[in-house]
Design a protein around this ligand. Structure first.
Ligand SMILES: O=C(O)CCC(=O)C(=O)O
Length: 212
């Protein structure tokens, strides 16, 4: 069997399957292949071109560094979002993001009003350990995270370190939904991976409390 046919068999096999992760205190579902790999890769290329990417900076120990990825914030009007001291005013939805949101609303049975987009230009880009636990998201936020482009390792561990970290490989077209106390009790990262040469776009759909 050549690699092309085994790839398409794998796509058929996984299409739309949902895996619930058995992690204490977390509520996480992995919806595989909500888009096929090739649709996911096409969306990745489109969003890289279309979105209004910005290079944010962080200050640490008196020094300022570039955040190791690019970001963009899209959402309904009045969905301003602050993250590590950076305040983002939303760009208005474009048609690609609107279509993706509609599908993701259905997958998660939610009505998201905003999305934080992360652009990992290659395996050197990453996001460090954190939880999406900002006050504006409420006590038990639902976060739906869409992966497009390169496969990357997503690691999750309990904040109290009572469990070993779990690794999940997120592939183009997958949607990971986190609910309940996940953000309160757990944290996650996407580590650097020197082997990855291709770009990845991740979209984390969120429901923020309106600022008015
Ligand atoms: O890229 C990912 O899969 C995770 C992104 C993330 O952790 C975030 O936006 O808070």
């Amino acid at each position: 069997m050549n690699s092309r046919s085994s790839h398409s068999q794998e796509e058929l096999f996984n299409f739309g399957s949902v895996e619930t992760l058995d992690l204490p205190g977390a509520e996480i579902e992995l919806h595989q292949q909500i888009w096929s790999r090739s649709q996911g890769d096409t969306l990745c290329g489109l969003l890289i071109k279309e979105l209004n990417w910005r290079q944010d900076k962080i200050s640490m120990f008196g020094q300022t560094h570039d955040v190791p990825r690019l970001n963009a914030w899209y959402g309904d009007a009045d969905c301003s979002y602050s993250w590590s001291g950076i305040t983002m005013t939303p760009n208005p939805w474009n048609s690609t993001l609107r279509d993706i949101r509609e599908k993701v609303n259905g997958v998660a049975s939610e009505q998201f009003n905003s999305v934080l987009a992360n652009f990992y230009r290659d395996g050197n880009d990453k996001v460090d350990w954190h939880a999406d636990d900002e006050e504006v998201l409420g006590q038990a936020p639902v976060i739906a995270s869409v992966s497009l482009g390169a496969t990357r390792k997503f690691r999750i561990r309990r904040k109290d370190r009572s469990e070993k970290a779990t690794d999940i490989f997120l592939r183009s077209g997958d949607v990971l939904v986190m609910r309940g106390l996940t953000q309160l009790l757990w944290e996650h990262e996407v580590p650097r991976s020197k082997k990855v040469k291709e770009p990845r776009v991740n979209l984390t759909f969120r429901k923020v409390a309106l600022t008015k």
